[in-house]
Design a protein around this ligand. Structure first.
Ligand SMILES: *[C@@H]1O[C@H](CO)[C@@H](O)[C@H](O)[C@H]1NC(C)=O
Ligand SMILES: *[C@@H]1O[C@H](CO)[C@@H](O)[C@H](O)[C@H]1NC(C)=O
Length: 320
């Protein structure tokens, strides 16, 4: 048996001079407590490039960081003000769900949900600054579009007849439209720019995993314990998959995972193992995806090499 390293070349251009980034806030309110674990009457979360950066719910009643760099870079005052703002939004949603329920002649038997999504997308310019691309500010009720802000024309657009009274009312409030447009085009972009700078520094401090595939004897003569060890990585989020002939192995296949464990140097490790038959001629791979590594890292354990060139369509490098 031998061990080789496969470099999987993804069809993604790694050198792009302009990138699109986004900052989005999602507020979700139910008409009453849902009574299900993990589902709160009111939830708010911030997302940068689809990754959660902050969080609030009606049970914790506090805006908290979801990324280490947010905690490191933003003062206590930011979280204080954020908490107050979320708490007043929670009240605002309560009042407005009631208004909508009445307007739609809905009684208290059914659960209703009001959601607000707002945020912006920006594009990095060659000089490193961020240019506004588009903004979104929209409400939906019971899963259907309700009202949205047209940033180009500075006008509220009703997606349904029931939203028309709100549209008329809000269109008459000039300061609301100015504020919304200004928020989406400037304030939101400024925050996104700031968060990108904060997060980038953190990314640079990130450390990619070293991946090893190892086999050990087991108590059973005919078997081997095959392990994939990823170690030395930071931050702790990692995807690690052991595959047999391309199929991802799970608990049902006897896969055991250590979970992510801390090393002594503030990095992390994770080891997944599976017991296999020595006589098994299938090919085993371990694929590790971590954000400090530009490409997925794939280690191969097995005999059937040609299979992998087909499976991954990748260049291979033999490392002895
Ligand atoms: C409440 O509304 C639902 C759906 O419109 C209806 O089926 C139900 O009978 C109503 N309940 C009461 C108590 O009015
Ligand atoms: C909203 O914005 C788009 C451009 O994104 C425009 O084509 C459209 O006419 C605008 N106005 C309204 C009232 O929807």
């Amino acid at each position: 048996m031998y061990l080789i390293t496969v470099l999987v070349l993804l069809g993604t251009g790694l050198t792009v001079n302009s990138e699109i980034h986004s900052l989005k806030y999602i507020y979700t309110a139910f008409s009453e407590p849902v009574g299900l674990p993990g589902i709160h009457e009111f939830t708010a979360m911030g997302q940068m490039d689809g990754r959660m950066i902050d969080y609030y719910d009606s049970d914790i009643q506090r805006k908290v960081h979801k990324q280490e760099w947010m905690k490191e870079r933003l003062p206590a005052d930011y979280w204080e003000k954020g908490t107050q703002s979320r708490q007043s939004k929670q009240q605002w949603f309560k009042v407005n769900i009631d208004i909508l329920k009445k307007r739609m002649k809905q009684n208290d038997t059914d659960l209703h949900v009001l959601q607000w999504i707002h945020g912006c997308e920006g594009e990095t310019r060659p000089d490193g600054t961020l240019k506004f691309v588009r903004g979104v500010d929209m409400y939906n009720y019971d899963g259907r579009d309700f009202l949205s802000f047209n940033d180009t024309d500075s006008v509220w657009v009703a997606a349904t007849d029931v939203a028309v009274p709100t549209k008329r009312k809000w269109d008459d409030v000039q300061v609301l439209k100015e504020y919304t447009k200004g928020y989406l085009e400037n304030e939101c972009i400024d925050w996104l720019d700031k968060f990108m700078t904060y997060g980038e520094k953190h990314l640079k401090a990130a450390s990619p995993p070293h991946v090893h595939m190892l086999a050990k004897k087991t108590r059973i003569e005919t078997n081997l314990m095959l392990s994939c060890l990823a170690t030395g990585f930071y931050p702790k989020d990692i995807i690690l998959n052991i595959r047999r002939n391309g199929r991802i192995l799970t608990k049902e296949d006897g896969l055991i995972s250590s979970g992510v464990r801390p090393n002594e140097d503030d990095t992390f490790q994770r080891r997944d193992s599976v017991e296999i038959l020595k006589s098994d001629i299938a090919s085993f791979t371990c694929q590790v995806i971590h954000r400090a590594s530009d490409e997925p890292i794939v280690k191969v354990w097995g005999k059937n090499l040609s299979y992998f060139s087909l499976q991954f369509g990748a260049k291979m490098q033999t490392v002895r």
